[in-house]
Structure formats: C-alpha cells, structure tokens
Design a binder for this molecule. Structure first.
Ligand code: PGA
Length: 250
C-alpha cells in the first residue's frame, strides 16, 4: 500500500509574510488530517519562515528547484546543503522549468542524484504538451523523460523518489485530465517505465502523483484511481480549500 502524498507547488507566489499568514490559518487543519503525507513548496525566500511555522506539524516543506553542485560560481542557484536545514522535498524538472529555464532530462538526473545524496526526496516531474498529446506521442515522450531522469540509477534510489505526472495542457488551465486518462498514463506509461527500468518491486513502491488543475472538487475521483498516489497541486494549494482538497482525497 502506497500512502497518498499531496504537495502544494506555490510557484512564484506569496512573499514570506503572505506565506506565513496563509499557513497560520490552515496549519492546524492540515495537521489534523491523518493517513496522507502533505507538503507545501513555497518560493525559496519564504521557506525558512514556513519551515519554522510548520515545525512539529506533519506538514512537510519542499523547494521548487535546486542545483546539483555543492557550491561555487553558479549565480542565482541554491545548493543542496542550503536547502536541507528547512526542507524534506525538492521538486525537480517541473514543466515550467523545462519550458522557461531550459531544464533537460540530463540536468534533472544530476539534480535527483544530488538530492538523494543529501537525504532530500525528489518530486520528479514529467508530462507531455498538448501537441504531443494530440499527435499520440504521450507514451513515447513521457517514457523517455522517465528514462532520462532516472538514467544510471539503482532501483533502491528510484524507490526513494516521487514522480509527478503533469500533462502540460492541464497545468493552470482548468482542463483536468479525466481520471481514466490520468490513471492510464500513470499506470501504463510512468509506472510501466519504472518497471521496465527497475523491476516490478520498485514500480509497486514508487509513488506517482497526478498534477494539473487538481482542486477540491476533483481530488476524490482522481486520488480514487488505484494508480494515482497523490497530487502536485498549483493554484488550489494557495487557497483555504487546499484542506478540503486533501480531506476529499482521503
Ligand atoms: P495547477 O498546477 O494545479 O495550478 O494546474 C500544477 C503544477 O504545476 O504543479
């Protein structure tokens, strides 16, 4: 049995003060939810304050990106050891990072290895564009993303990762994949590729989230699919209804 894991990706939203004000309102409700792993991923500068606020609760903290080197002349980047005092999770290879900041599967692979070496749980994102979806390329593309991201890794390492399948056309658009679409790709493409690479035991252990316009109305149905082990939530994770979204998934 894989425990559901729901994480909020706030992207470039909320100052440290706004993050603390928002979480102060919902943290007791989040903390009272049992049987589901929960995390929030605020912008980096809000993380120390958020981490202090959530200390002693069951709500984890994640960062939205990380560089793979330990230190050095990499202007604007954050090293793993700067993150570990505050975070348990790191989102890697989000489609927005791939689209606007040139992230590649090869870079994501290096970042996964660095995250694991520092005891962080990577949330590795994959997902196809609308054009790829419409031209029937979803399986081949998503499978190649997984193969690139997890290249030369061991099954033991892969087991420590979370994968988020996020069709790009469903992110922030209000267009959610149907539960059949989402569950089908999570099972037949994402989990199947993990199985091909690392065997069935690893494939059965790895948690695979769905992301793309998940909200409090559709979370129950999506999380009800046996292949979908949680959600990576953008817009709906920055509203008080995030609590309902998680409760309904339960
Ligand atoms: P959304 O974003 O829930 O706003 O569609 C999901 C994501 O990008 O992780």
């Amino acid at each position: 049995m894989r425990t559901l894991f729901i994480a909020g990706n706030w992207k470039m939203n909320k100052t440290a003060d706004e993050a603390v004000a928002f979480l102060s309102e919902i943290k007791d409700d989040l903390n009272a939810i049992e049987g589901i792993d929960i995390a929030v991923c605020p912008p980096a500068l809000a993380i120390p304050a958020v981490s202090a606020l959530l200390e002693g609760t069951k709500v984890g903290v994640g960062v939205q990106n990380m560089y793979f080197e330990e230190s050095g002349a990499y202007t604007g980047e954050l090293a793993p050891n700067m993150i570990t005092p505050f975070c348990q999770y790191v989102i890697l290879g989000h489609s927005e990072r791939r689209q606007y900041f040139g992230e590649t599967d090869e870079g994501v692979n290096k970042k996964i290895n660095a995250a694991l070496a520092h005891g962080l749980t990577p949330i590795v994102c994959c997902g196809e564009s609308l054009e790829q979806n419409q031209s029937g390329e979803t399986h081949a593309f998503v499978s190649s993303q997984i193969k690139g991201a997890f290249a030369n890794m061991t099954g033991k390492e892969a087991t420590k990762c979370v994968i988020a399948y996020e069709p790009i056309w469903a992110i922030g658009t209000g267009l959610t994949a149907t539960v059949e679409q989402a569950g089908g790709i999570v099972g037949d493409t994402v989990r199947a590729t993990v199985k091909e690479m690392f065997g069935d035991d690893v494939a059965q252990k790895v948690r695979i989230q769905y992301g793309g316009s998940v909200n409090e109305k559709n979370s129950a149905e999506l999380m009800g699919h046996p292949e979908i082990d949680g959600a990576l939530v953008g817009g709906a994770s920055m509203k008080a209804a995030f609590v309902d979204l998680i409760k309904n998934a339960q």
